[in-house]
Design a protein around this ligand. Sequence first.
Ligand code: SDX
Length: 393
Amino acid sequence: QADVFTYDPGFTSTAACDSAITYIDGDKGELLYRGYPIEQLADKSHYLEVCYLLLNGELPNKEQMADFEGRITRHTMLHEQIHNFFRGFRRDSHPMATMVGVVGAMSAFYHDSLDINDPWQREVAAMRMIAKLPTIAAMAYKYSIGQPFVYPRNDLDYASNFLHMCFSVPAETYTVQPALAKAMDRIMMLHADHEQNASTSTVRLAGSSGANPFACIAAGIACLWGPAHGGANQACLEMLREIGTVDRIPEFIARAKDKNDPFKLMGFGHRVYKNFDPRAKVMKESADEVLDLLGVHNNPLLQVAKELEQIALHDEYFIAKKLYPNVDFYSGIILEAMGFPTSMFTPIFALSRTVGWISQWKEMISDPAGKIGRPRQLYTGSEGRDYLDVENR
Ligand code: SDX
């Protein structure tokens, strides 16, 4: 008996929702995916295995993993007609704008044949999005730099395939460095899900109306773009560029403390973590590994980042406000070192978070307690009053 999904307009909203996917303890700095600590997964697992875990609730055995990886690999290509959507955008469009548009357009290609009341077809939609988002993000990047699209390769793992689609060109052979692929896979894993953050709540809210999953993920991408959320990694690197040199850091620290100055230190602070973001700790290790591998420790931007981190970690304001470097601070450094433009930082966050969004969407659709429905408001406007003609105003 397929779940029957019917939108109940009388449905009263709940501010929170039940979910068995991700657990965060902001005070302890704990993050668990289906009960497994993020540190152990980052150390022992890989992104596609984490995708299986988030979607299905359990780690896969060898056969399950092989089947899952095979189904993802064989759906990494896009319908050729979707390529035309990219060409409708200006070359200098932000890749996030392109991703919102193209992922939304997937509704027109894959949704008509999709019945979200059928659990298996929900599974198909989930797999298609996990498979195709890296291809869409890479194509958005290639389009923005005027290079030809590069097709996915089935002989590469997920992270290597993404780097291949971004950095290879038809004119020469590109070989993915395993250490960079490992760092990219870790970035994807650490961004895979994060409980009811703004973009995940957007996906749940859109899905609670019965909208198709492609449109819901496009809504999540749009929300993630904001600089206070997923756009923070790009904003963080742009801030580091604005600071420019280590001697200018005190000026920006003073601005961050000034209540009359709207400036905030991008890459610091978190709505939930009042301790170190456990993802940031793992990401910091990766950043050091990647900088060593690429020999870019002397990059002035990265020197400013390291000095800013040390100052913020010992400054009484940041300690008092419990503002620690967050996941976006270090992921921006790694992506910068890998050669990605800052405009690609949030698209990489979006493709990584797609599995979290789609897992939460699946849980919401199949579990009435998970539907946000219609958030309540506290009305603070005028009391009831009669209309005044313009002559009497
Ligand atoms: C992500 O929700 C998620 O899970 C999101 C995310 C995910 O994986 O989905 O973790 C990803 O969005 C991480 C956050 C990335 N954003 C940034 O790095 C942007 C910079 N950070 C700030 O915008 C801010 O820290 C927020 C928005 C993240 C949190 O804002 P809050 O809820 O106001 O932070 P808070 O309650 O901890 O603030 C406490 C105080 C406030 O001052 P007072 O009102 O107490 O005087 O610290 C101040 C804030 O004004 N403050 C900062 C600051 N962040 C908070 N001051 C200077 N610089 C900052 N970065």
